[in-house]
Design a protein around this ligand. Structure first.
Ligand code: ZN
Length: 272
């Protein structure tokens, strides 16, 4: 009995995270997504992943959304997969949306923050959110960052969103302690005018739906160096965000918050 329990523990710790059934169904339909053009990123490699372009054909904002930049932050990619389904029945009325739900697919399969890099190389080169603007012929995540930024430039993206999670609640985290882990329930925005305007709208609208004030979202300025939102805000001068929910809270609630924030941005920017 003891041995069986040990094997179970070993297996469960290796297996990591399993997509919810709803997400698995959406993923199984990747080849028949309606109202979208499919775009393969770093195609033909083990890191290959799909993006989806929903284009209304009318002028308007162009929003790029990433889920799964970090494989151990499931609410981000669970929400992005649900958004893929929602966009098929509620496509943009104006402008376009590019959605890459599983940006670092290998890290999701392994439920890790990064993918491994060759010995002797900085491990952060396997962290997609430290690789921007990327390198065309670099390591896999440098290539992924490069292709995402090329896609953003090609489509003249005006709003950039990267869906993440942190371990703890920001409002419960003592100042100056474990910065990365204490970012739960925050909107990290690049300090420019388009970001500020959307940040105020998101904070106002989402916090009025949250009863417990400890779970309220706070705005934090300046995404971390070489992250996607940092690059997009700095290089393109556009509204750029990292959304962070807190992993200590219930998964479905975290997914709903990511979806609600995306919905606010879509409505405020005239996409819906
Ligand atoms: Zn993250």
């Amino acid at each position: 009995m003891k041995k069986v329990f040990f094997i179970f523990l070993l297996f469960s710790s290796c297996a990591g995270y399993r997509l919810t059934q709803e997400a698995q169904i959406i993923l199984a339909d990747f080849d028949s997504v309606k109202n979208a053009e499919k775009i393969e990123l770093i195609a033909g490699t083990p890191y290959e992943t799909s993006g989806f372009l929903f284009d209304s054909g009318k002028p308007g904002e162009a929003i790029l959304i990433l889920g799964g930049t970090h494989g151990n932050e499931p609410a981000g990619y669970e929400a992005a997969l649900r958004l893929l389904q929602i966009l098929q029945t509620s496509p943009p009325q104006k402008g376009k949306v590019i959605l890459i739900p599983l940006a670092n697919r290998m890290s999701i399969d392994n439920y890790k923050r990064r993918v491994p890099v060759p010995k002797g190389i900085d491990k952060e080169k396997g962290n997609l959110n430290r690789c921007y603007p990327g390198e065309e012929m670099g390591l896999p995540m440098q290539q992924m960052a490069w292709q995402i930024q090329e896609l953003a430039r090609e489509h003249h993206v005006t709003i950039f969103i990267d869906m993440h999670e942190a371990r703890y609640l920001h409002l419960d985290t003592p100042k100056g302690s474990y910065r990365d882990q204490g970012l739960g329930q925050t909107l990290i925005y690049y300090p420019n005018e388009p970001s500020s305007w959307l940040t105020l709208n998101m904070l106002d609208q989402i916090n009025e739906t949250i009863d417990n004030p400890k779970y309220h979202f706070s705005a934090i300025e300046e995404p971390i160096l070489h992250s996607a939102a940092w690059w997009a805000g700095k290089e393109l001068g556009i509204a750029a965000f990292t959304f962070e929910t807190a992993r200590i809270l219930e998964l479905q609630q975290r997914i709903n918050w990511h979806l609600k924030l995306a919905e606010i941005v879509f409505k405020e920017s005239g996409i819906w």
